[in-house]
Write a protein that binds this ligand. Sequence first.
Ligand SMILES: Nc1ncnc2c1ncn2[C@@H]1O[C@H](COP(=O)(O)OP(=O)(O)OP(=O)(O)O)[C@@H](O)[C@H]1O
Ligand SMILES: [Mg+2]
Length: 556
Amino acid sequence: MTNNVTISDFLGNDLIGFVLSDASVTAIPISIFAGQPATSIRTETLALVHDEEHPGTPIILGVVRWIRRLEPYLRPRVKVGVEEYPDAIDRIEKLTYTNVYVIPIAEIATQDNRIAGISWNVTYVPFPGSKVYRVRRGDLLTSLIASSLTGMQSPLVVGTHKYSGDVEVPLDSRYIQYHIGIFGATGMGKSRLAKVLIDEIVQKTEFSVIIFDHTGMDYTVFYPDTTITSLEVDLGPSGIADFFMETLRLSDYYSTYLECFSIELKKCMEGQEEKPEPVNIESYRKGLSQVHRDAHIGQSATKLREFIQKYKKELKSTVDTEGRSKLLNDIHANMTELLKRVASKLGARPETVENLAWRMSYFIKPEDLEIMLLRRERPIGALFDLARDAKRQGKPLVIDLSFEYTLEMKKAIVGDIIDYGWKWIYRENFLSGKHRYVPINTVIVIDEAQNYAWGGDYCEGQVEKIAREGRKWGYGLIVLSQRLAGSVDPDIRANLNTVFFSRLSQTTDLKEIREFADIAGIDESDLAQLMPREFYVAGLMSPLRKPIAIRVREVK
Ligand SMILES: Nc1ncnc2c1ncn2[C@@H]1O[C@H](COP(=O)(O)OP(=O)(O)OP(=O)(O)O)[C@@H](O)[C@H]1O
Ligand SMILES: [Mg+2]
């Protein structure tokens, strides 16, 4: 289409000013015409600079920043002479004028009076006197930008330019697996932006999406058909171990005991007598043969298994709360016994064993176990298939975490599911013997990331692994948070190659963003002007090399 557009159609007729001396590739000083152009100009307005007197030179596309109102005599820090005569201010003649800077973001090539293409590398500096137009034909600019994203499937569009509602800012989907961060104070519309972005991803790319809905209020409402509760998800031994580690507030010193205990417990919950499949925990492998030969542990496990099975049966047939709570007490006691036996078998000192038992009674009440025992046993692997099914309907898979009793359990689930993705990649690529590259093409969305992406624990480690190594396997990450410091681990941040950011709750957070993303020229005052739904976008997915303000499409 671009070949057929003439320069004058493209520029339109909204002439607002002209270029002053001292332009450079990074900033072009502009004087704005008095009247309507001067009063209507706003920071972030999109402008086109046309050097009419030098035919064949490119048109510069830029954004207006640093608007200044000036007057030759009413200078700051100089006595003007009307200070003592308030009435005089109305009578003196004012020679006001407005200067702004246009920050170039792209160069639009012209040929024979027509538009010939767009480049994000600005090298041409327009001469003083060149004309400046406000963008009026946003549709033409939108298709010009889209046409520049060669090699890309359909671009993702989450909104339009903040002041030019008809200029869509297309995002390059090739960089989804280079990870995305969305930051902003509460209520700025992060979760809604994520929703719009996710819809674009599942509808326009080959990626499926798994969303963890921390509160169960942000995403489940939009996708009731493709939401499952996390209670349906079968926890693996590492997830169970992590739940106990966190709930019992244990240090890493105890991890071997807890991991081995969790493997035994898992078998009891499944009603298994013997261990059929190898489990991938190094520490357990060492203790495996010993633990298994040990009749002492065997007895305890058998007893626990019987109680658990009885409990599950009981639950189907009766609602006798007294009986249930007695059974839960028995399960709690037997679980504690199993933990003690596993720990002593692995060489724990008697004091350590007692300490574990004490923590079980102090930190975990019998009722707390219910949520673990009642879990349905949908294998984690099935979730990735469900996400692919949902994708075929143009939707993401939402995992509603709101029914979980503890944050530890939520974290264990998130960690386990991400970990399964890695096992899948490993199996398909290395164990299958097919010697071909099979990406997983899945994006994991972590809202309220302060709970999952910080703290150096199992869950944070899993999130970080995607951030560091996911791109190669099409394993992408979208993290959302109100804050950066103390909320998203620096190693995760450093790997977010596209960032959306809005008004931030802490001014120091802008500095944090600056450390890993090129957001040249944006400062706190720019952010202060953003309203809910408005974000700057910067990084690999944005074709514009500089951050640009967008207004997110409305989510009803
Ligand atoms: N794109 C949008 N379309 C329609 N309404 C929106 C949009 N973005 C934000 N809103 C409005 O703003 C409210 C807050 O948005 P959202 O829940 O996405 O904020 P948030 O940044 O995720 O906040 P929190 O940090 O508290 O989770 C929404 O309930 C909605 O009313
Ligand atoms: Mg939110």
